[in-house]
Design a protein around this ligand. Structure first.
Ligand SMILES: Nc1ncnc2c1ncn2[C@@H]1O[C@H](COP(=O)(O)OP(=O)(O)OP(=O)(O)O)[C@@H](O)[C@H]1O
Ligand SMILES: [Mg+2]
Length: 341
């Protein structure tokens, strides 16, 4: 193999890792563009590292005289923190030169944290119904009064249903996130889809005397994955009813422009505080937990809605006013082919 050193060094400038090379006396021989930008390094060539490196952690590593006898790897995979980001650092001594390489692992750290939060949220959501069920079963064991037993069983059924909904939502999320799951777009009859969801929701709407209005336009074309769009719509309509007031209304409407079709779900409900608006699409987020405790749910619905809208190259928006109501609008590319937003 015969690749010129200059070519290699040029190539290293394109890397998304920081690279610093020092000679035996620890004078700077080379810093790639990424490291220069990150550590704000200029005119470094030939200077002792002490005049160039201003990051405390890297400075202390380079200052230390490690035993380099018969050893090429001095430090392996150590996590360090530079300018609010996590880096994985490796430090080598090869053929009388020191090589320091660091890779940004912030996205991985964020992912790891999200995974931890997710598991702890799921466990938390399951803990309450399980605790209630345990209590109910223990009570039934010693209870003789048949009427009391019936009311405890009713309580247990409600909690089982709650766990069932949670597991169903988790399965939807797992499916949406799995790579095998593809979006199959076809033209749907939105009006019909809304009618069918309205009829499924009739009972919960009647409990609150909420009027359901289908103003979607038959000529507005929606090219979407039918099954997934149904899940999206069901969640938005369910929220619009759940968070409505007595005798309120829910109105579905549609429109289109050159490139996109829009679907809006408007309600006359409790509204969403401004500070919560950016958070409602996060998994498990619920506005004011105490207020919504009596309204069943786990806070997964809107995260599923957002996921589905985005998997169609679409977007979801919300406008809301406290005590007046909210409008959720879904924007989907009109053409059957993929569209760039
Ligand atoms: N139409 C709405 N009006 C007022 N608040 C809403 C509306 N839709 C959602 N929210 C608020 O956003 C939160 C998150 O909604 P999301 O649908 O993700 O969860 P959920 O309805 O609480 O539970 P789930 O949908 O998982 O059963 C809700 O808890 C509620 O506080
Ligand atoms: Mg919901």
């Amino acid at each position: 193999m015969n690749i010129e050193t200059d070519s290699i060094l040029k190539f290293l400038n394109y890397m998304k890792d920081g690279i610093i090379i020092l000679d035996k006396e620890k004078n700077i021989e080379y810093v790639n563009e990424y490291a220069k930008k990150l550590l704000n390094i200029k005119n470094e060539q030939g200077k002792p590292f002490k005049e160039v490196i201003n990051n405390d952690y890297l400075f202390s590593i380079l200052s230390h005289n490690y035993d380099t006898e018969n050893k090429e790897i001095i430090i392996k995979n150590e996590e360090i923190y530079i300018n609010d980001a996590f880096y994985l650092m490796n430090y080598y001594f090869i053929d009388d030169k020191y090589y320091l390489i660091f890779t940004d692992i912030t996205p991985f750290e964020v992912y790891k944290q999200a995974k931890k939060d997710f598991v702890s949220n799921v466990s938390h959501e399951l803990k309450t119904p399980i605790a209630v069920l345990k209590g109910v079963i223990e009570t039934i064991e010693t209870e003789d009064d048949i009427e009391n037993i019936h009311s405890f069983i009713k309580m247990a059924k409600k909690r089982v249903e709650q766990m069932n909904v949670l597991v169903d939502d988790l399965l939807i999320i797992a499916k949406l996130e799995s790579k095998e799951e593809k979006i199959t777009k076809e033209e749907i009859n939105l009006y019909q889809m809304v009618e069918s969801i309205f009829s499924d929701m009739k009972i919960i709407a009647e409990e609150k005397n909420v009027k359901l209005i289908n103003n979607t336009q038959k000529q507005t074309k929606f090219y979407v994955d039918e099954k997934k769009f149904q899940i999206l719509l069901k969640n938005l309509i369910e929220n619009a009813i759940k968070y409505n007031r007595q005798n309120g209304e829910v109105e579905l409407s549609s429109r289109e422009d050159d490139k996109y079709s829009y679907l809006s779900v408007r309600d006359t409900g409790i509204g969403i505080p401004k500070e919560s608006l950016p958070l409602i699409f996060e998994r498990f987020y619920r506005v004011d937990k105490s207020r919504s405790r009596n309204i069943g749910g786990t806070g997964l619905g809107l995260s599923i809605v957002k996921h589905i809208a985005e998997s169609h190259n679409g977007k979801i928006y919300v406008n809301s006013e406290i005590d007046k109501g909210s409008i959720f609008t879904v924007k989907i590319p009109k053409r059957k082919e993929e569209a760039v937003i």
